[in-house]
Design a binder for this molecule. Structure first.
Ligand SMILES: [Mg+2]
Length: 107
C-alpha cells in the first residue's frame, strides 16, 4: 500500500512530515544525519551537473543527468530529513534566520 500523499498547499511542516513517512516506507529511517549529509552533497553535485548542462557548459555526454527540477526536489527531501533528525522546524528557523539576515549590511 502506498499512502504517501502530499497535501495541496503544503507547509514546510507538511513536507517534513511527508519525508518522515517516506523514509519509513522506503527503509531509510535508520540512516543517520551524517549519511544524510553525504546524500545531500551527492544531490548538490547532481543539481550542479544539471545546471552545467542547462547552461551549455561542457559536460560528459555519457553522464546520466537529471533535470534541475528533479535535483532541487531531491535536495529538499534531504534537507527535510536532516532537519527532522534534529527536530528542527524549517519554517520557524527560516523566519528566525531571515530576521538576522535582514539586519546585515551589504556593501
Ligand atoms: Mg538526484
Amino acid at each position: 500500500m502506498n499512502d504517501l500523499e502530499l497535501k495541496d498547499n503544503p507547509t514546510f511542516r507538511d513536507f517534513q512530515e511527508y519525508v518522515k513517512r517516506l523514509e519509513l516506507q522506503r527503509g531509510f529511517a535508520n540512516q543517520n544525519a551524517i549519511e544524510k549529509c553525504l546524500l545531500l552533497g551527492e544531490e548538490m553535485g547532481e543539481l550542479f551537473k544539471a545546471i552545467r548542462k542547462a547552461t551549455k557548459l561542457k559536460t560528459d555526454i555519457n553522464a546520466n543527468i537529471g533535470s534541475i527540477n528533479e535535483e532541487i526536489a531531491d535536495m529538499v527531501i534531504y534537507l527535510c530529513s536532516i532537519a527532522n533528525r534534529f527536530e528542527i522546524d524549517i519554517e520557524q528557523t527560516f523566519r528566525e534566520k531571515e530576521e538576522i539576515n535582514k539586519k546585515r549590511k551589504w556593501i
